[in-house]
Ligand binder design. Structure first.
Ligand code: KG4
Ligand code: ZN
Length: 328
């Protein structure tokens, strides 16, 4: 079964064709990073206008080499995300579904991130199949969720951030350090020439699987105000503080919930230090998508949509965007 996936929840216009939920036939991502970078973050109105300009060429490019009769269904992100951005993808998907008489399914962006682990080409090197129950860590610009997945489509949220998401913390720290947007890759690059020699606080939130990342961000701000520290050392210390908490708390939750595997996903899972520490410390196998499938893309949406179709989950033309949609 070939599914066309469409993703426009934030600042990437993306379309992809995936066969049977795993094999990527095409995967096109038009990033708006350069446009938003000059403002230091995503400007929602600019993002939706840009999606309008790029959605048709991006879908056409994803369809190059595939003919419409070969497509069996359309999957589109309907939340969470920016309302104006989500609307562009959802309306494009509805228009194509109507014109080509194809079934439509609305996909939760966070669930889609998790399904990047079903796509061929795992970074752990073992190309292991997913085994249930598994513990999913979704770390993106807007979310840091720990989710127990017992079977396809069944999610139980064990923890979430109480303040900043992990990606948001990286973005804010990079802004304080003058490293530009997006902050995660900028902090990772700056860290490579520094050492994590500065002590930044970790919020362990004992007896809870929740996270909190505002403490290290505030401590970083004070360090920068005091002066006399190297940007590379601050970046390296900050990266370690975030990674330390994510790895330690996720492994603890995995032990408690006796899962078979840990599945990483979301833009922050592109971070090398995070993945290295997980692979070194986890008592159970850790699945990690390659970096380009951790950040926003439509292949993950198509993979997730395939499992929706398998379960008979489809939507009508009344599918609407849900900007504050959550998971589990
Ligand atoms: O999943 P994603 O592409 O979009 C959202 O759904 O939010 O995640 C974007 C977030 C940004 O906050 C970005 O700074 C962060 O992921 N990110 C990283 C890295 N690459 C992207 N954070 C740490 N290290 C990275 N290499
Ligand atoms: Zn995302």
């Amino acid at each position: 079964m070939k599914v066309l996936g469409i993703e426009t929840s934030c600042d990437e216009t993306a379309a992809a064709i995936v066969e049977d939920g795993s094999s990527i036939i095409s995967n096109v991502v038009a990033s708006q990073i350069d446009i938003h970078a000059r403002y230091g973050g995503v400007v929602p109105e600019v993002a939706s206008r840009q999606h309008l300009l790029t959605i048709v060429p991006v879908i056409s490019q994803a369809m190059a080499g595939v003919s419409w009769p070969d497509i069996n269904g359309i999957a589109v992100t309907f939340g969470p995300g920016l309302a104006g951005s989500l609307l562009v993808g959802v309306n494009a998907a509805k228009a194509i579904a109507l014109a080509k008489n194809l079934p439509l399914t609305g996909v939760n962006h966070l669930e889609a991130h998790i399904y990047a682990n079903w796509l061929d080409s795992s970074r752990s090197g073992k190309n292991e199949p997913v085994k249930f129950p598994c513990l999913c860590l979704v770390v993106s610009g807007g979310h840091s969720d720990l989710v127990l997945m017992k079977r396809h489509g069944q999610f139980e949220k064990l923890g979430q951030t109480r303040d900043d998401a992990a990606g948001e913390a990286f973005d804010k720290a990079a802004r304080i350090l003058g490293l530009g947007y997006p902050g995660g890759p900028a902090i990772e690059r700056a860290s490579s020439s520094g050492t994590p020699c500065l002590s930044l606080p970790r919020a362990w939130l004992k007896d809870s699987h929740d996270f909190s990342f505002s403490g290290p961000k505030t401590a970083l701000w004070h360090l920068v105000q005091q002066g006399g520290v190297s940007v590379a050392d601050v970046a390296a210390s900050f990266q370690l503080a975030i990674v330390d908490v994510l790895v330690t708390k996720t492994i603890e939750a995995a032990r408690q919930s006796k899962v078979e595997q840990i599945l990483l996903s979301g833009g922050v899972a592109a971070n090398k230090m995070l993945t290295q520490q997980f692979l070194a410390k986890s008592p159970v196998p850790v699945l990690i998508p390659p970096p380009h499938l951790c950040t926003d893309n439509a292949a993950m949406v198509a993979a997730c949509g395939y499992y929706h179709f398998q379960a008979g989950k489809t939507n009508g033309y009344d599918l609407d965007v849900v900007p504050s949609l959550s998971l589990g």
